[in-house]
Design a protein. Structure first.
Ligand code: SF4
Length: 235
């Protein structure tokens, strides 16, 4: 691997496509070594719970969602439970996840569709998941990949940021990022790739102050900048 790394100019993002693929392969290999057990940060025991938790996780931390769903999942066990409760009561129950009115509406609409079209079951199919009210590509990918083992890449804020920093793409568009990662990675890595980038983003590559000098993929990253932390520490 050392020879492979030596051949790449890390001062430029103008890699040949084949080099980018090789680099992506090495990067994800190193991340897998660093984080051998990656899994969703959201707590759930069924595809339905994962679907609800993922809807609630929009603009909210996974930690906060887990606090809320601890009680929520005891109170609401089926789509019918969410449908029959008053909106105000549901809003109260999910209040601390933020955007609670819109989220309560999304959860209710989604559950209504689950009952009317899918017999109350969460469909094990990406397109059907994506067709549910309040379920975008990210949520559909999370559920498809983690609950059903369907190859999918969920592009969250960390995946978006790190894909750009690592020079895989120059775009903030989640659909384009998803498409690009799918070009670069084998299907077998799609689900874990989101977890690996999100874990690295949470533990090392912080948005404001990436910890480049402790980064296992630093030698492969065009944004490598160990001085950033040193200069901040001096202040
Ligand atoms: S080298 Fe720095 S910017 Fe690049 S992935 Fe690592 S922590 Fe992030």
């Amino acid at each position: 691997m050392a020879d492979l790394l030596k051949d790449w100019s890390l001062k430029t993002k103008n890699f040949m496509e084949s080099d980018v693929k090789k680099r992506a392969g090495v990067i994800f290999g190193l991340l897998q070594e660093q984080y051998p057990k990656v899994e969703p940060a959201l707590d759930y025991t069924s595809p339905f719970e994962l679907l609800i938790a993922t809807i609630l996780s929009a603009q909210c931390t996974d930690e906060r969602v887990n606090i809320v769903t601890k009680d929520l999942f005891k109170k609401y066990k089926t789509p019918q439970d969410y449908i029959k409760v008053d909106s105000e009561e549901l809003e109260q129950d999910i209040f601390s996840t933020g955007f609670y009115r819109q989220k309560a509406k999304s959860v209710k609409n989604c559950c209504t569709e689950l009952v009317e079209k899918f017999n109350g079951e969460v469909p094990a199919d990406f397109e059907k998941l994506n067709s549910l009210p309040g379920v975008g590509r990210k949520t559909a990918s999370v559920v498809a990949g983690n609950a059903f083992g369907i190859p999918a890449i969920a592009v969250d804020t960390h995946v978006k940021r790190l894909s750009n920093l690592l020079g895989f793409i120059d775009s903030k568009n989640p659909d384009k990022i998803e498409e690009r990662l799918k070009e670069l990675l084998p299907e077998s890595l799609w689900v874990d790739s989101s977890h690996l980038l999100a874990t690295h983003g949470r533990r090392i590559c912080f948005a404001r102050r990436p910890n480049c000098h402790e980064c296992v993929i630093g030698s492969l990253c065009p944004a490598f900048n160990p001085e950033k932390k040193k200069s901040k520490e001096k202040k």
